[in-house]
Design a protein around this ligand. Sequence first.
Ligand code: IPM
Ligand code: MN
Length: 372
Amino acid sequence: MNLTIALLPGDGIGPEVSAQAVKCLRAVEEIFGHQFKFIEGVVGAKAIDKTGNPLPDSTLKLCKEADAVLFGAIGDPKYDNDPDAKIRPEQGLLKLRKELELFSNIRPVKVFPTLIDKSPLKKKIIRGTDFVIYRELIGGIYFGEKHLSKDGTVASDLCTYSEAEISRIAHMAFKAAKTRRKKVTLVDKANVLESSRLWRKVVSKIGESYPEVALEFLFIDNAAMQLILNPSQFDVILTENMFGDILSDEGSVIGGSIGLLPSASVGESHALFEPIHGSYPQAKDKDIANPIASILSTAMLLDHFKLDEESKAVVIAVLKSMKNDIVTPDLDKNSKYGTNDVGDFISSNIRELDDHPTINRENIWLGKSTII
Ligand code: IPM
Ligand code: MN
């Protein structure tokens, strides 16, 4: 398969981790006989420094023309503590999501058995955790009308959703549930918010056309608690933009490191793949950032193009790095391996997969697997 991939390394640790992801895609390209063409674009704080714009037109054009976007990370501390900054790196990512109409953000959360001791939570609580968050990505409070009074003392952000916006992601969530453990949990705040009540109404109606899928409802405050009390109860979590943002960071704690969680953002005609973690500026250029979230995002990319074997090959190589304790210091504080070493190990293992016939490839698929 020929794929043109827009590569947007972005800020902080973004360039380091996406370089490892590229290494892995290069290995896949070589072993499976594909052709991947990477074209790099600037985004975020780097793009502001260079052009004054966090998403320059040339980058947007590149992403629109590519088959997929591989994204690193975005954000820079110099903007975080400046509430008056008019231009912010994050605006680049938000605009990109909106322009590419990436309405569905898919974030799988699972506990890797070899890393079960790394979690701050008890083993008996987290064992068997395997759920996926379907987060609406281009609506809600993130994109509603914003207002700041003239004297700067009153501010508001509007949370708006239409039936059409809810319905398109709801269908994706139900379809995913059909291939998994057949349960959708809608997370909302329908006891308070009008927009949440619309979500319940629309999703309940859609649920009727998926009779094999059980539909449950949870208020966001309760969901935040349930997620760490009993995470294995969840299969597909469907939710709006901001609740999904918060729940997915919380979910990342379950597995032991936010550096493990990949994501796919998809729409009708475009798709973007990125780790869920941020730019982690404290770790920039120290060769300590965990590249696994970025590497697993390439597995989701391959999956998106129905390259199942290729995707499995990446996941298996990642599992092998965990099993052999070839991990970055976030997972093992005494580790002598850096970002690059882990990327090298995983990419060379993709090349050598055939030497290890003992691994059960059948049950390994990022979004679906229960046994790894
Ligand atoms: C994420 C990030 C972004 C978000 C930021 C960087 C705008 O936290 O992808 O979860 O809030 O969506
Ligand atoms: Mn986030």
